[in-house]
Write a protein that binds this ligand. Structure first.
Ligand SMILES: Nc1ncnc2c1ncn2[C@@H]1O[C@H](COP(=O)(O)OP(=O)(O)OP(=O)(O)O)[C@@H](O)[C@H]1O
Ligand SMILES: [Mg+2]
Length: 207
């Protein structure tokens, strides 16, 4: 299996948006969301990516409450196992997977994290990061947690970069690039504007 797993420094940093852009750059890939929460209030990430990128999209177990997946599952009196999470990827050749929240959030009620799935699937991680103050620490913590587990970090995508950056946003790009490859800087996107392009990270991950 080829591809990347998209993680981020936090929830809401733009993993789904970046995953959709990566899928647009490599439309033969299938988007995979191994577990989804928050279905009561929001469109599922797989539906968002299918709508934006027009690619095949798969989803594992889904839960209504907008909580960490293991917590949402427990509150719904359900279990989510590592095998189920991995099952969402089964049989696929090219994948763009997305976790929930950050790297070490428990996706399964058995404690499985996206880091575990990255190890099992032998796929590199892409870390989506905010541009502003605080991102150097959050991004480095995420990368170091991945490296400590022997995982590959393909690099960082800075998402939501403003037209007029402040000093922190401007200087953070060099700071981030100093410890992992800066794969793309995705601008803040205005509705109706053309979608930004990112490099083909699926092809790059395979080479
Ligand atoms: N570059 C951008 N410009 C403008 N809006 C963006 C950008 N990236 C993401 N957004 C918006 O920010 C919100 C959060 O983004 P997104 O859903 O991609 O985050 P996420 O990290 O996938 O969140 P979750 O942890 O819930 O999966 C969405 O409404 C999305 O449309
Ligand atoms: Mg998402």
């Amino acid at each position: 299996m080829r591809g990347v797993l998209i993680t981020g420094t936090d929830t809401g940093v733009g993993k789904t948006f970046v995953a959709a852009l990566v899928c647009r750059a490599h439309p033969s890939a299938t988007y995979v969301k191994p577990v989804q929460t928050g279905l009561a209030d929001a469109e599922a990430d797989a539906a968002v990516v299918a709508r934006i990128a027009g690619v095949q999209a798969r989803q594992g177990p889904g839960f209504d409450e907008a909580l960490a997946p293991a917590v949402a599952a427990e509150r719904a009196a359900r279990t989510v196992t590592r095998a189920q999470l991995l099952g969402a990827f089964s049989g696929l050749d090219e994948v763009v997977g997305e976790g929930a929240g950050g790297l070490l959030v428990e996706l399964g009620t058995d404690g499985t994290t996206l880091a575990d799935l990255a190890a099992d699937l032998n796929l590199p991680l892409v870390v989506v990061a905010r541009p502003g103050l605080g991102t150097l620490n959050h991004t480095r913590l995420t990368c170091e947690a991945a490296w400590a587990r022997g995982l590959r970090v393909a690099g960082i995508v800075v998402n939501g970069f403003p037209d007029v950056p402040d000093v922190a946003e401007e200087t953070n790009l060099n700071g981030l690039a100093a410890f992992a490859p800066l794969l793309a800087v995705v601008p803040r996107h205005e509705p109706g504007a053309a979608l930004p392009a990112v490099p083909d990270l699926v092809a790059a991950a395979a080479s």
